[in-house]
Design a protein around this ligand. Structure first.
Ligand code: 5GP
Ligand code: ZN
Length: 118
């Protein structure tokens, strides 16, 4: 997809701090980190959101979790833990229309992810 920011990062037209790459996925540091570790793991195929997922995408999407675990290992976070999040649509605050798995860690993370009483 020519007009997609994350496709441009995959094509190296836009710079990013890449921490992992293989034939199906790319992982890079979030430009506005929300935790000491904040990495985005994306499939190399363009899929806009979870809503657009089809059965053919299953292997590539499942692969994102293996990459997330590998990154947690690289960063020494497997024992203490970390969080994976994939936002979908406006209520979840999805701002880039290319599916991406957030990997967050390196501190005690808050929960639940919405204001109490909301
Ligand atoms: P979303 O809000 O869609 O779940 O997550 C999109 C994420 O992409 C945000 O956390 C945002 O900081 C990150 N982001 C947006 N533009 C760029 C960019 O150009 N480079 C990098 N590395 N991250 C970006
Ligand atoms: Zn894309």
């Amino acid at each position: 997809m020519t007009d997609c920011l994350f496709c441009k990062i995959i094509d190296k037209q836009v710079d990013a701090k890449i921490v992992y790459e293989d034939e199906r996925a790319l992982a890079f540091r979030d430009i506005h980190p929300q935790a000491p570790l904040h990495v985005l793991v994306i499939p190399k195929m363009h899929v806009a959101s979870i809503n657009e997922l089809r059965q053919a995408h299953e292997p590539d999407l499942g692969h994102l979790f293996l990459v997330a675990a590998e990154i947690a290992k690289q960063e020494g976070l497997q024992e203490r833990g970390y969080r994976t999040v994939m936002n979908c649509g406006p209520d979840a605050g999805q701002s880039v229309s290319h599916v991406h798995l957030h990997v967050l860690g390196g501190t005690r993370l808050g929960w639940p992810p919405f204001p109490r009483g909301a």
